[in-house]
Design a protein around this ligand. Structure first.
Ligand code: HEM
Length: 211
């Protein structure tokens, strides 16, 4: 960022650099860290999921090239299912109506802030049968539309960091599971709570290394 120049050759001002760093920290770091924590939580809770994922990731035929690893189908399904159940960003950023309108029969006045609730959309039983169950297979069985699976929002103002976040999430999970055997190290389930705009584990996800 320090070396970046715009089309007129100007560097960023100090307050612009500050804003960029805050964006990375708030929009980028916390959201991705929570998503890794939730993914590891579900994996450690369910021995079948864990064993199947470990088998996929440790298959000697699997390339260790990061881009290749991040494309593994079951890893993709597991990470998507974690983003579905506890989407780190529960809501989109708001859209403001420029005129009075109607959404699904509900009148919305002009100049209203409208948020999409990602958390609720991801628990719609018509789209996700048995919605509270962590079931990565649903992502192998069918393709969800950009109106159904929206952990990164949608439209022109969707998350700018989606590709980076998805890559990070899958690589961190894959690296942990390729290197270590882990177990859930708590006697109670973890509750999601809000921290700022993020949906985060209340106490933190405690894992125990078993090998
Ligand atoms: C798993 C991790 C992440 C999740 C779940 C997430 C989720 C979201 C969501 C739901 C939005 C609102 C989109 C909308 O209203 O349609 C958003 C916006 C945004 N995200 Fe992310 N995000 C993640 C990671 C990142 C990363 C790594 C970066 C940057 C490196 C980033 C940068 C941004 C920015 C700049 C916006 C605002 C875009 C705009 O208003 O045009 N996010 N994110």
């Amino acid at each position: 960022m320090l070396t970046a120049r715009d089309e007129d050759g100007n560097a960023m001002e100090e307050d612009e650099l500050h804003d960029e760093l805050i964006t990375l920290l708030i929009a980028g770091h916390e959201t991705t860290a929570n998503s890794v924590a939730w993914a590891m939580y579900w994996i450690a809770q369910d021995a079948d999921v864990r064993d199947r994922l470990v088998a996929e990731l440790r298959d000697p035929a699997v390339q260790t090239d990061p881009a290749d690893l991040a494309r593994r189908p079951y890893l993709t399904a597991v990470c998507n299912e974690a983003l579905r159940l506890y989407p780190s960003a529960m809501m989109s950023v708001p859209r403001r109506t420029t005129e009075a309108t109607e959404i699904l029969g509900y009148p919305v006045p002009a100049n209203a802030n409208v948020y999409a609730c990602i958390y609720i959309a991801h628990r719609n039983p018509k789209v996700y049968p048995d919605p509270l169950r962590f079931n990565p297979d649903r992502f192998l069985d069918r393709q969800y539309s950009p109106y159904e699976f929206i952990p990164f929002g949608g439209g022109v103002r969707r998350c700018l960091g989606e590709a980076l976040a998805v890559f990070e999430l899958r690589l961190v999970v894959a690296t942990i599971l390729r290197e270590f055997a882990v177990e859930y190290a708590d006697d109670q389930p973890e509750r999601p709570v809000r921290r700022g705009v993020n949906l985060t584990p209340e106490r933190g996800v405690h894992l125990k290394r078993t090998a």
